[in-house]
Ligand binder design. Sequence first.
Ligand SMILES: O=C(O)CCC(=O)C(=O)O
Length: 270
Amino acid sequence: MGAEGLSKSERLAWREQGCFSRKAVFSSQEIAALRQAVERCVVLVEGEIESSGRGYRIDGNRYFETEDATVQMEHDPASGAVRVVEPFHHLDARCDALVDDPRIVVPVRELVDDERVALFTDKINLKRPYEGSGFRWHQDSPYWAHFASELERMPNVLVTLDDASAQNGCFRVIAGSHKRGMLPGLEGDGTLGPLFTDPRGFDASRQLLFEVPAGSLVFFSAHSVHGSEPNRSGRARRAAVLTYQPGGRRMFKLDARREAGGVLQEPGAA
Ligand SMILES: O=C(O)CCC(=O)C(=O)O
């Protein structure tokens, strides 16, 4: 699949389910190169953590702030693995180029409803074999509401870097949960509890499992309740998530603008 605008069924899925996927958009060669690029980012942040990263704990989980990224470590204290790096695009030229890929940006322009789109944030979620932990049900919008407006115009695009299945912790979305805006968070469940969605606010039986091959894209709304199970398999489950917004706005964690995909040519322009 190339750089195509939204089909009728994708528009319908976006409106009704808050998500849709496009399978195997990137070739296996492209994904192999992207995996290598992502692993270069991990090595880079590991080096920074070792030399100068500032570490802290929230609800028992370990985080580090490097000069320009937040690094979350695996939950199990016995694991030394990096779990999430946010942002990562600026750490590697190949990752930076992903932000502008027309196969992502063309449909995103329609979801943002703007010819100009900018990056809001981006992360890599790494679930190493057997030790990759799950992501509890949550929405992004309650978190981002402190930093951004027009949350309906901030689509996420998850890029699968490995074949994803229920066994290795594929991404999941609660169909239709985006329709209810920001839902109540958990109370009395640690510092981050309010950022996890109270299970009374959605119907868990409506979860969609994105069991898709490496190189696929999952588009989902900032209001969608989403999450994933731990990796119980011997195969990695890595993914990149890019979040876009209308053009001209600054990024979430970096005090800079990152316009995406360049300016569209006017019809008939040379
Ligand atoms: O990578 C996953 O499975 C979950 C991603 C997620 O929930 C997030 O990045 O907010």
